[in-house]
Design a protein around this ligand. Structure first.
Ligand SMILES: Cc1ncc(COP(=O)(O)O)c(C=O)c1O
Length: 455
């Protein structure tokens, strides 16, 4: 029997023989039940010692590929065959647009690599060996201290370090909170409509019902929230996604009164509030009612989603439950990264970075507005005072979906407003145009191409 096995001098002969036999069996070239040559014969055929073959047969018998029966030799086991071997295909990264104006992205070209590297190296140097074991699922002490100081200073959050729980992402924080609420008997969670699609996804994934509630020019409509019969609500009050509306003081008051009366949880998603281009951002809602609000912050917009670093400040009575869910998942950001992030905040590198990004983003936003004025004069804009995208209202009768499709065919990535609406018909055809990621020349070119796509 010719096994078509080629053994080369150099790397382990036994390893080569085992690999070759596994491949032959998986591919079906050696069918189930077929008898292998006696070890002495195969050793001679391959020019290896008999021990190599005996050991290889024994290893593959242990793994279940071969079955050795006294008197009838070594055979391919019945269960070993799996037909044709799967073709090994390389995983390719997702296709990106040449002109990427999709919302939700930061300017990754400006990631502070030098400062982050310095923080990482320092963490690697300073974290002692014994801290490479399991860490607290609430996060490292350094990062919880640093985040508490930052949130109190910059976002008016009422927080002690022991109230901060570090997560991998805002999405993870939401999922964990929904899990906690579900275990406590919650069934329905209000989401913003329009709103960030992940709000709905995380709620439904946790087995709860997502109940869309309308957002108008003053923020979420609290009378409609009150009629929605929900146990919690998730929202972006400081800068609504995707319209850019800031919730008015009156609505904030009504929201808190509703939550207090109903015993409901408000989840405040504070995703990109650092970017306002006029006045300072409004302080957090959590500062008004720390016992009712879970505050969620992320580095996905301030730095980059690749870091997977975020935090949640739940009302204190939920913290143990939040930790328990994290314990069950075992998912926390790496200790070294957390310690690096703490240094990054404590050394004011984050605030320096944000100051420089505000200038950079303001320049890009101004360029986007100029280019839109020049090439798409009929488009009306809103949500331009803050954040990393604007809402471009197309002329009446324009087809939002067809325009976005045509833009994508020209390699310009944009989002239609209706993608972010759950039940509502959007109040007009509109596109979301992100300006953070493209270079300035790509931004200009992207808008020129978009003008040709408008219909
Ligand atoms: C409203 C909103 N919240 C949060 C995030 C960021 O979430 P994560 O920390 O899960 O990356 C985004 C990103 O686009 C967002 O639009």
């Amino acid at each position: 029997m010719d096994l078509q096995i080629d053994i080369r001098a150099g790397s382990s002969l036994r390893r080569q023989l085992e690999d070759a036999l596994r491949v032959a069996i998986r591919s079906g070239r050696l069918a189930p039940g077929s008898v292998l040559p006696p070890s002495r014969d195969l050793a001679e055929q391959l020019g290896v010692s008999r021990g190599v073959v005996v050991d290889s047969y024994a290893q593959l018998a242990t793994e279940g590929y071969l079955a050795a029966r006294r008197g009838s030799g070594t055979r391919v086991a019945a269960l070993a065959a799996s037909g044709r071997p799967p073709q090994r295909r390389q995983v390719t990264p997702p296709q990106l647009y040449r002109y990427d104006l999709r919302p939700g992205q930061a300017d990754y070209h400006a990631f502070p690599r030098a400062a982050w590297k310095a923080a990482l190296l320092r963490a690697l140097r300073e974290v002692p060996d014994r801290r490479l074991g399991y860490a607290s699922h609430r996060g490292t002490a350094e990062l919880r201290n640093a985040v508490a100081g930052y949130l109190a200073r910059v976002r008016g959050v009422v927080v002690e370090p022991e109230h901060v729980v570090v997560c991998c992402a805002a999405s993870q924080a939401l999922t964990v909170l929904w899990d906690v609420l579900r275990q406590r008997g919650a069934r329905r969670v209000a989401i913003e409509d329009p709103g960030w699609r992940w709000q709905r996804f995380t709620v439904e994934h946790a087995g709860l019902e997502a109940v869309p509630v309308r957002v108008d020019r003053d923020g979420m409509v609290i009378t409609e929230l009150a009629a929605a019969d929900v146990d919690a609500v998730v929202m972006t009050p400081a800068h609504h996604y995707p319209t850019g509306v800031v919730m008015t003081a009156e609505r904030r008051g009504a929201l808190i009164a509703w939550a207090r009366e109903r015993g409901a949880l408000i989840v405040e998603d504070d995703y990109d509030v650092e970017y306002r281009f006029g006045r300072d951002p409004v302080a957090s809602l959590q500062g008004l009612a720390p016992d009712l609000v879970a505050f969620v912050g992320t580095t996905s917009k301030t730095l980059a989603p690749a870091l997977r670093l975020a935090w949640v400040v739940p009302p204190s009575h939920l913290i143990d439950d939040v930790e328990n869910v994290l314990l069950a998942t075992g998912v926390t950001p790496p200790t070294i990264d957390q310690v690096a992030m703490a240094a990054f905040i404590e050394d004011a590198a984050l605030e320096r970075h944000l100051r420089s990004m505000r200038r950079r983003y303001r320049a890009k936003r101004d360029l986007l507005l100029d280019e839109l004025g020049r090439h798409l004069p009929k488009v009306r804009l809103s949500g331009t005072a803050a954040g990393l995208h604007v809402l471009a209202w197309l002329p009446d009768g324009a087809d939002e979906y067809a325009t976005a499709m045509r833009a994508r065919r020209c390699d310009v990535g944009v989002h239609e407003l209706h993608r972010h609406c759950t039940t509502l018909a959007p109040s007009g055809p509109a596109l979301l145009l992100g300006f953070a990621l493209p270079t300035e020349s790509d931004l200009s070119a992207g808008i020129r191409l978009l003008a040709t796509a408008l219909c």
